[in-house]
Design a protein around this ligand. Structure first.
Ligand SMILES: NC(=O)c1ccc[n+]([C@@H]2O[C@H](COP(=O)([O-])OP(=O)(O)OC[C@H]3O[C@@H](n4cnc5c(N)ncnc54)[C@H](O)[C@@H]3O)[C@@H](O)[C@H]2O)c1
Length: 282
């Protein structure tokens, strides 16, 4: 989709981090922006920063009915949606064998089912409206690698990558003009390592061995060399060029190559984060 001006963008997780910067970048392109999040003060701050008539909708993306209401409100207000960012996400940490069922339910509910709900509620409407549109789902470098202490997060993000690849094929088969991209950043300084701030009380049971892995991830996120505004700019450029895979960090592809060679040569998987397991505290 080359021309974005005047079109409608919907950004989930628009109250913070990458989602906020995607909303700002879309507003700068002259788009009408709708942000959706469970963090209402965060959305108010984003709306203020866009300096435009941004519509903010409280929406828990893990709930199908709330995403369906979001889509209904977008079409009621604007009559169309051209650019959907399935971006809301959370992270949990810790070894797989002590991961709690609440960890699985919470993280998969948002990271994976949030994207499922976005596609189910928006793509049929986009197909009906006709013309160009684009769906960008935020996965992660963790959607292409297997990172120790991050199995729930990796499973959810691998799911987003393969779901996006399937969606791309299916939309080509029906000759639709809806493009698809999957955003795979590595570490970006945002609120992601403090995701528990939004964790509901009924899913509060956390992995008892999370702490050292969570501390490692927090440090890595804080030290991330690519900023959220840079990620947003790269993402909009990719949409304009209709590029499917959006890798924002140059080293991700080296690690993918190693993983693919592990698979093809049927050798044991290489740890993509060796520094994480060399510490005595893990
Ligand atoms: N920051 C990184 O290092 C990094 C790397 C790779 C991928 N990602 C992905 O980028 C996306 C954006 O995360 P971020 O880094 O900007 O983190 P962030 O915490 O700054 O922003 C995430 C936003 O999602 C919202 N959210 C959480 N639960 C929600 C729910 N149930 N419904 C609706 N909104 C909800 C939060 O309120 C927050 O505003 C996520 O999918 C994340 O997994 C981040």
């Amino acid at each position: 989709m080359k021309e974005l001006g005047g079109k409608v963008a919907v950004v989930t997780g628009g109250g913070s981090g990458i989602g906020r910067e995607l909303a700002l970048a879309c507003a700068r392109e002259g788009m009408k922006v709708v942000i959706a999040d469970i963090d209402e003060p965060g959305m108010a701050e984003t709306a203020k920063l866009t300096n435009a008539a941004t519509m903010a909708v409280r929406c828990n993306v893990s709930k199908a009915d709330e995403v369906e209401s979001l889509a209904a409100r977008v079409y009621e207000a604007h009559g169309a949606a051209h650019l959907l960012f399935n971006n809301a996400g959370v992270s949990v940490a810790g070894p797989t064998w002590t991961t709690t069922l609440h960890d699985w339910e919470w993280c998969m509910g948002i990271n994976l089912m949030g994207v499922v709900h976005g596609i189910r509620s928006f793509v049929p409407r986009m197909l009906q409206q006709g013309g160009e549109a684009h769906v960008v789902s935020t996965a992660s470098a963790a959607g292409t690698l297997s990172v120790p202490g991050s199995s729930v997060y990796c499973v959810s993000k691998h799911g987003v990558v393969t779901m996006s690849e399937c969606l791309h094929h299916e939309l080509r088969i029906v000759k639709s003009q809806i493009g698809v991209s999957v955003l795979c950043p590595a570490f970006v300084p945002t609120g992601i390592a403090d995701s528990h701030r939004n964790r509901p009380a009924e899913l509060a049971d956390t992995n008892p061995l999370a702490a050292p892995y969570a501390a490692w991830a927090k440090k890595a996120v804080e030290k991330g060399k690519i900023s959220a505004p840079e990620v947003a700019a790269m993402t909009l450029q990719a949409v304009k060029e209709d590029r499917f895979y959006i890798f924002t960090h140059p080293h991700t592809r080296d690690a993918i190559e190693v993983r693919m060679q592990d698979l093809l040569q049927q050798r044991h998987p290489t740890n993509p984060t060796p520094s994480k397991t060399s510490g005595e505290n893990l």
